[in-house]
Design a protein around this ligand. Structure first.
Ligand SMILES: [Zn+2]
Length: 252
């Protein structure tokens, strides 16, 4: 670390749980953020300010006026621009040391696999079940830790999956595909702006802990936030041995 870095990250370095070693791991890390919207905005801002050396921002959408109520990566001037590109501009303003890659179309197929295989941690900040399941499958396959978050109306959810650990559950164990879960999109149901900030910032916190190897990541626990009463609940869950994604039969 050079002198500027020692100053920039001094408040992290002061923490015994991080120190020079933890901060160096953060600087050397590669994180993939899928979705540069309500959750991806605060998540990416904290990852960049905290010094994650390489961030890939993936989002196929462009900035729209209706996004600006909560998607704090973007600005009024950047309406119409790709969200990934707009996010890259915002992150460079916060921390020019961070290398930011952009994916300006929906991340899927081989490209999704390649990006997930190259990442130390993946943040799922997307808004649809199809992408969530595809991201989970690739994370299980490549044993890449996944920090999952969601926010609709006043309800937030967060949990961490770490396929590197024995008997670790995956997203599919918790929310099996094909079950009739009603997809709730912010465009239809609405969402409380700071809720996306709380959940996205918590995703960044879990990612940084995983990278630095400190604390206990939120594995096997689903955190549920009701922002109307501001109460968190923690629900334990475990691996489904019959899971078609991570179950015994598909383990290498
Ligand atoms: Zn599973």
């Amino acid at each position: 670390m050079n002198d500027d870095q020692l100053l920039r990250y001094s408040r992290h370095i002061l923490l015994n749980e991080l120190g020079i070693e933890g901060q160096t791991r953060i600087i050397d890390s590669r994180v993939l953020v899928i979705g540069a919207g309500g959750l991806g905005s605060p998540a990416a801002l904290y990852l960049a300010s905290a010094g994650v050396g390489h961030i890939t921002l993936a989002d196929g959408d462009t900035v729209d006026l209706t996004n600006l109520q909560r998607q704090i990566l973007h600005t009024h001037e950047r309406i119409g621009l790709s969200k990934a590109v707009s996010g890259k501009i915002a992150l460079a303003e916060v921390n020019p040391e961070v290398v930011v890659d952009t994916v300006v179309e929906r991340l899927e197929g081989e490209e999704l696999e390649r990006r997930i295989a190259a990442a130390d941690v993946v943040l799922d900040c997307c808004d649809n079940f199809a992408t969530r399941h595809a991201v989970n499958r690739a994370c299980v396959k490549h044993r890449t830790p996944l920090v999952s978050g969601s926010a609709v109306r006043f309800s937030g959810q967060l949990t961490v999956f770490d396929p590197r650990r024995e008997n670790a559950p995956c997203y599919h164990c918790l929310f099996p595909e094909g079950e009739d879960v009603e997809e709730m999109r912010c465009s239809v149901t609405g969402v409380f702006a700071p809720l996306t900030g709380i959940i996205g910032a918590t995703q960044a916190a879990e990612a940084l802990k995983l990278i630095a190897g400190t604390g206990q990541p939120c594995i096997g626990r689903l955190l549920l936030l009701d922002a109307l009463t501001m109460q968190w609940r923690s629900v334990a869950y475990s691996r489904d041995p019959a899971c078609t994604v991570c179950g015994e039969t598909v383990q290498p």
